[in-house]
Design a protein. Structure first.
Length: 445
């Protein structure tokens, strides 16, 4: 042992644990493996499961820059029950040849991190999720990047967002932020009815500007203010952090999820950007801007607000031409739709085009005249809105009941404590009264 410097890596340290496992599998003399599966697209774009082998339990020897390197993997602790059965904790111990090799070990780990930062193919972007148990971001999937042209929005809205995005990412902008001591981050709110293209455009921006997308859903009982701060600080480089449906998290500073301990103040502090990754981009989306507290969307905390509204006459024609390139009836299509409703989203239109996937452009226009009906969809949306209001009322009632119950429990605890103190004082007084009194020697004689 005196000839080696040791490094312990617990399975909870997921990022380093997986990186060292992968390194050992590729670079060490391995005799035992454990199988893993992963998904990969084939040449036809179909996802298929593939197998790979990672380091098994036992001793595995290799080298790093001429130094002997040994990786030991083994189980520790007693088996415990989980939702997936019985499990034991995994532990890796890395032995680097030589005493006091801390610098070499750090260099080794930095190389593994750098190797893991490989950018995805140009037509892909990575989607990350936050693992609350292990406190790390993990790649959930590799998505096909949408082009900016594939998302139909009013030209002025699209150009405004793209222009702001590009200006923020420019070197001159970064230098200006540094020069004036302002945290180099940018926050947007995309708001508007469901199905108007908010999430789609986020994905298109990620693909166009080579950014990862980190979806954050603070709804776990362990998601505290400190956890929120940590996950922002640990966000992958070149990423967009997305908080979808922010109105479902807080309404007028009141948490909509009583099981989640994240506070409104913790949310604000995280968005302020102090201590976060440099160049961080935030996108908050909401269907109801009016429900958000002014403190959340004030200038400096949210830099720009962009409204994603119902399809304009221009957007109707653009979307029709997207599905029927070169058609001469795009104007007729827009006129037919506009005659029926002013409140139609891109998602509504998409369903209509799916229903007409084997029809001609003229047949699609005829379908919109004769069969297209948004009344059922709008009725469902109205029912969802009423259900949301009912849920809001129920949550407020439950919070009041929980608060009242907490106060009653606290009062009962205080009364019980007072009673206990009184009983102890009474017992002490009785003991003192019953104790024998020693008389002076003269009196006792």
């Amino acid at each position: 042992m005196s000839k080696f410097t040791c490094l312990e890596i617990h399975s909870e340290q997921h990022e380093f644990f997986e990186l060292v496992l992968q390194y050992g599998s590729e670079s060490c003399n391995v005799s035992t493996f454990i199988p893993r599966s992963y998904k990969q697209e084939d040449e036809e774009g179909i996802e298929r499961k593939k197998s790979r082998l990672v380091l098994g339990h036992g001793l595995h020897e290799g080298s790093y820059k001429g130094k002997r390197l040994i990786i030991c993997r083994f189980k520790v602790g007693d088996p415990v029950g989980t939702g997936r059965g019985v499990a034991q904790k995994d532990l890796l111990v890395l032995f680097m040849e030589g005493a006091n090799q801390q610098d070499v070990i750090r260099e080794f780990l930095d190389e593994l991190l750098e190797k893991n930062r490989r950018d995805p193919p140009e037509d892909k972007f990575q989607v990350y999720r936050w693992n609350i148990c292990g406190s790390y971001w993990y790649v959930e999937s590799l998505q096909n990047a949408r082009t900016l042209d594939s998302v139909v929005l009013p030209k002025s809205l699209k150009n405004d967002i793209i222009s702001d995005f590009e200006q923020f990412l420019g070197d001159k902008t970064r230098d200006w932020y540094y020069k004036h001591g302002i945290p180099y981050k940018r926050s947007y709110i995309f708001y508007g009815p469901p199905g108007t293209g908010k999430t789609s455009f986020i994905q298109a921006l990620a693909g166009a500007y080579r950014r990862h997308v980190c979806f954050l859903q603070p709804n776990d009982p362990r998601f505290t203010d400190d956890v929120f701060k940590t996950c922002l600080q640990e966000a992958p480089d070149n990423s967009i952090i997305v908080l979808e449906d922010i109105d479902a998290l807080f309404t007028s500073r009141t948490s909509m999820n009583r099981s989640c301990p994240l506070t409104f103040t913790g949310l604000l502090n995280g968005l302020d950007g102090i201590g976060n990754a440099i160049g961080q981009l935030f996108v908050l989306s909401t269907n109801h801007l009016e429900r958000l507290d002014p403190a959340l969307i004030r200038s400096g905390r949210v830099d720009r607000k962009f409204e994603f509204g119902y399809c304009t006459h221009e957007a109707l024609q653009l979307m029709f031409k997207k599905f029927y390139p070169g058609s001469s009836v795009a104007q007729d299509f827009a006129d037919v739709v506009r005659a029926k409703t002013d409140a139609i989203t891109a998602a509504d239109l998409q369903q209509a085009f799916i229903a007409n996937m084997y029809n001609t452009d003229v047949q699609c226009v005829e379908y919109m005249k004769q069969k297209f009906d948004l009344s059922k969809q709008k009725q469902l949306e109205k029912e969802e809105e009423e259900a949301f209001k009912e849920l809001d009322r129920r949550l407020k009632k439950e919070r009041k009941i929980l608060e009242r119950k907490r106060k009653l429990e606290q009062k009962a605890e205080e009364e019980a404590l007072e009673k206990e103190v009184e009983e102890e004082l009474k017992e002490k007084s009785e003991d003192e009264d019953s104790a024998p009194v020693e008389l002076p020697a003269s009196e006792s004689s």
